[in-house]
Design a protein around this ligand. Structure first.
Ligand code: GSH
Length: 220
């Protein structure tokens, strides 16, 4: 999922997959795709990202990709894309993503091509029932409620360094991918700097050659 700048990649689901591939130590190429573009693999399914092609195999949906990678590459570090990560994935999809969207949606459209911005704005304004500017207008007041949603993560991080335990696993990739979305498109900070979740995110960002830390962000 790319902006007008093809290097600006911001989909939370694609970031989950990029982290999963890095985690497995698998080399991968990415291709920019934008809202309204034809399906990346038209013979295999809908116009949706992430779409993974691995040889002849096409897998669509970040969760399905994580399960596929653990099944296809069992000798590589495990993602543990099982029940516990499935909960984190469902929580991120149903609770965190909508909350993040209400904090940063209005920052995204200026970064898109004209055609993809029209598609994005129409879809989100319909979902919100208001303009994107209206949707994010009170974000300074609402950010505390977003931070409160992360209380279970803060509690876990008191006793273990990663959501996966002693080492990161796909649960970390899911939350990290989710938080990459606002990081890439906005200078609005959903997390306070002294939040233990920020410290965890910074540590995750330094893994895999700084995959997250060095990813292009929208200009301030
Ligand atoms: N459950 C899917 C969600 C993927 C998804 O919603 N991707 C968005 C981009 S962030 C997309 O491809 N949207 C296509 C569209 O809205 O037409 C996953 O985890 O991969």
């Amino acid at each position: 999922m790319a902006g007008r700048d093809a290097d600006l990649r911001f989909s939370p689901y694609c970031w989950r997959t990029r982290l999963a591939l890095a985690h497995k130590g698998l080399a991968f190429e990415t291709h920019p795709w934008r809202f309204g573009d034809p399906a990346p693999e038209p013979a295999s399914g809908p116009a949706q990202v992430p779409t993974l092609r691995d040889g002849e195999r096409v897998v669509i949906d970040s969760w399905a990709i994580a399960e596929y990678l653990d099944g296809a590459y069992p000798d590589r570090p495990r993602l543990n894309a099982g029940p516990h990560a499935r909960f984190i994935n469902a929580w991120a999809d149903t609770i965190l993503d909508p909350a993040i969207s209400r904090l940063i949606a209005s920052d995204i459209s200026p970064l898109l091509t004209e055609a993809s911005a029209a598609y994005f704005v129409t879809a989100l304004e319909q979902a919100f029932g208001m303009t994107l500017a209206e949707a994010t207008a009170d974000r300074e007041e609402r950010v505390a409620a977003f931070r409160a949603l992360l209380a279970p993560v803060r509690r876990m991080l008191r006793t273990q360094p990663w959501l996966g335990g002693a080492a990161p696993d796909y649960a970390d990739d899911v939350l990290g991918g989710t938080l990459m979305w606002p990081r890439c498109v906005s200078r609005f900070a959903p997390l306070a700097g002294d939040d233990p979740v920020s410290e965890w995110f910074a540590r995750l960002g330094r893994l895999f050659g700084g995959l997250l830390e060095t990813a292009p962000r929208a200009a301030a």
